[in-house]
Design a binder for this molecule. Sequence first.
Ligand SMILES: [Zn+2]
Length: 824
Amino acid sequence: MLLRAVLDFGLIAPVESNFEFMSCRGRQATWDSRFALKGSLPHYAPDRAFDTEHIRLEISVDLRRERFRGHCRTRLRAITDGVREMTFDAVNFKITGVRWNGKKSPYRYNDGKITVETKSPVKEGNRVEVDIFYEVVKPKLGLYFIRPSRAYPKNPTQVWTQGEDEYSRYWFPCFDAPHDRTTTEVVATVPFGFTAVSNGRLLRSSHNPRRKTSTFHWRQDIPHATYLVTLTVGRFSVIRDSWKGKPVLYYCEKGREGDARRAFSKTPLMLEFFSKNIGTSYPYAKYAQIAAADFIYGGMENTSATTQTDGALLDKRASLDYSSDELVAHELAHQWFGDYLTCKDWSHAWLNESFATYFDALFKRHDKGRDEFLLALRVNADAYLSEDKDHYRRSIVTKVFKRPTDLFDRHLYEKGSLVLHMLHQFLGEKLFWKGISTYVRKNRGKAVETLDLINALEEATGRNLRRFFDQWVFGAGHPEFRVRSWWDARKKEICLRVTQIHAVNNETGLFTVDTEFLFRTGKGEKREKVRIDKKSHLFRFRLDSEPALVLFDPDHALLKKLDFPKPEFQWLLQLEKDQNPLGRIDAAQALGKLGSSKAVEALRHALLSDKFWAVRAEAARALGSLASEEGSEILLHSLDILEHPKVRRAVYAALKSFRGRRMYGEIEKRFRKEASYFAEAEGLRALGALNPHKAPEVLRAALKTDSWNDVLRSAALEGFAATKGRQWIPLLLAHTRPGHSQKLRMAAIRCLAAFEGAPEIQPRLIELANDPYLLVQIAAVRVLHQTGDERAVPALKKLMAGDRDGRLKRLAEEAVEKITKNFE
Ligand SMILES: [Zn+2]
C-alpha cells in the first residue's frame, strides 16, 4: 500500500516531486512523542482451528442503492482434532443464511464475528464447506461506492475495495489475518456496461440480457491473504500490454487511455527487472492496474490486480516533470514482497513495505541511473529523520501498537528502505541478490517473519547478520556522529576523532558500523576503511600532504546524522568535485550558510552547470537562503538559461525570499510561459509571498485555470495564504466546499493552517472532520491538530471510535491529546 505518491499530502515532502506540500504548512506540528498510543497492547497472530483452503465469493452489486448481496463459500481443513465451530470476521452484515457442509446450520453473530457451529466434531485433516449468505447496505469500510452526486455530477460510477490491513471483513466473511493463505474466486454480477476486475485469471464473462447484467468470474490459483482480495467495478477502457506472454492490463475511465499509458507503460520493464533480479519470475496469471476514482491511498497491491489512484494518470504536460513510476514500481514489487510472501502478522509489515519502497528505488537506479537512486534514498532518509525528530522513535519490528495502521509510518516505509540499502552495501551486489533470491525462493507462497529473512540471508551469504538486525530492525534510532579532523604536520598524519553523540538508552545503543574515509590530496583520492563500534575513536592515517578534502562515509551508505564542520575551501572543493551527488548537495547547503563571495560564486557555478538537476536545485535553495542582492541576480539570470523544470521550480521557490517590487515583476513576466505545471505553480506561490497587494489579481485568474490534479488552483490558494491577508479566509473556506475537486479542497484546508486563531476557521474544520471523503477528513484533522482548541475535542473524540479508517482514528486521538495538553 502506498500513502504518499500523488494522493497523500501530509506525510512527506520530497523536494523534487511533492508539489502539493510546498507551502501552507503553517508551523511545524508538535506531535505526541509516543508511538504506542494509550491502550496499545502486544499483538500476536490469532490461533487457527482451520486452514482456509478456498474462498468462492459470489457477489451481486446494486450500484444505485449502494448495496450488495453475497454468497461466500469457504472450504476449510481442520488443523486439529475435535473442532466444533469456525469463526469468521464479518462486520455489519445482514446474514440471510448459513450452511455447514450443505446443511442449514446454527450460528452466532456478534461483535463483527460469525461463529458457525456443527453437531459432530471435525477430525484433523478433514475438510468442511461453510456457506454464508448475506447482504451489506452502504458499507462503512472495505468496499466503496463512487457515484455522481449533486456536487459531483461528473463523477464516474465505480466500486472498489480496500482490504489492507483488516477491512476485507467489511465485504466478505473471512478469517481476516495475513497468515491464513487461500486460493480465491470472485464471481461478480454488475449492471450491463460495467466491467468487474478481480484477482487471478478471468475464467469467463457472460451477459444476462433479461436482467441487464454482466457476470465476471475470476480465479486466483496461488494462495494469498484475505486482505489482498479485490473487486473493482467501472465502465472501464482497458489497454492491453504484455510481458512474456502474460497479459499486462491498464484499466481506466473512458477518455483517459492516453493518460493511463503515460502512467503505466513502464510496467513490462519493471516486471522484467524484478523477475530477473529477485530470481523468481512474476508468478501470477496476469498483472492489472485499475485507476480508481477517489481512492483513499496512492495504490494497493491486490494480488495481480493493483488498485491505483486515478490521480496517477498523467496528462502530457504533467508527464514533463512528474512520473508515476515510483507508485507503479512500489505496487509491483509488492507482488513478491507482500503478496507471494506475506508478513505473518502486522508487526513484521516491513517485510512488505520496506521492500516495496527499496525495490522501487532499485528500479529507479536501473531506469534513471545512480544519481536519481541516491536522491530517492536521501528523500527517504529525510522523511524518516523528520518523523524521528518531530514525532516518535520506534523499532521497525514492534508488537505493541493500538491498530495495525499505526505501523504504516515513515519507519516502516522509508527507514526500512534505508536499512535494506545498508544491507545491500554491507553484503555487496552479488551476495545481496543471492540473499534476496534465496529468501524469496524458500518462502514463496508462505507467511514470513523477520527471522525467515535473516535465516535465508545467512544461509546464502555465510554472514552472521544478528547484530545488524538487532541494531537496525529490532532496535530503534540511528547513529549521530560528530567528526573532527586535523592535520598533524610533523607526522604527516590526518587525525580524525569520531564520536557517537546520540543518547544511548534501552532502545538505541551504540552502533557498530563499517564505513570509510576519503581523502583528496594533490596526488588523487585515497580511501581508508574503518569500523566504528565505540563511543569515541581516534583514527590517524598517513598521507603525502594535508588533504584538501575529507569525506566521512563518502558513498552515503549509512543512515545517520552527521556533524562534521569543515573549512570553506573543503566545502568549495566538495561542491565541485565530489562524485556523489549527495555530497555536492550537502556542500551546497553548507555554503548557503557561509555566504561568502566565494561561496556565492561556487553556488552560481553549481546552479548553472552541475550535471545533476537536484544539485542545481539545491544551489538555488542555498542562494535563496542567503537573500543577497547578488544571489537574486544569479537566480533571475538562471531562469533565462536553465531548462530543467525541477530546477526552475526550485528557483521560483528561492526567489520568494527576495522582497521588492522588481522581483515580483520579473516572476510575473515569466511564470505563465512555464512548460511545467509545477514550475508555473511555484511561480504563483512566489507571487503571493512577494506582493500581497498585486498578487490577488493573478491568483484569481489562476483559480479559473484547469490543470492536472488541480495543481494550479491549489497553488493559487497557497499564494493567497502566503499573502497572510485575513480577507482571503472566506475564499479559502469557499474552496473547502463540495463541488471543488477533492485535491483542491484538501489544499484549501491545509492553507487554513496559516490563519491560526481566526474565529471562522475552527467550526468549518470540525464540519470537514466529518466529510464523506476520508482524505478530506484526514486533512481537516491534521489542521485541527495544529490549530484547534478544546471546542474541537468532542468531534475529534467521535472519530476515535467505530467503523472508521485506522489512520483517521490515530490522527484524531493524537489531536485530542495535544489539544487537551495545551488546554491543561
Ligand atoms: Zn506499499
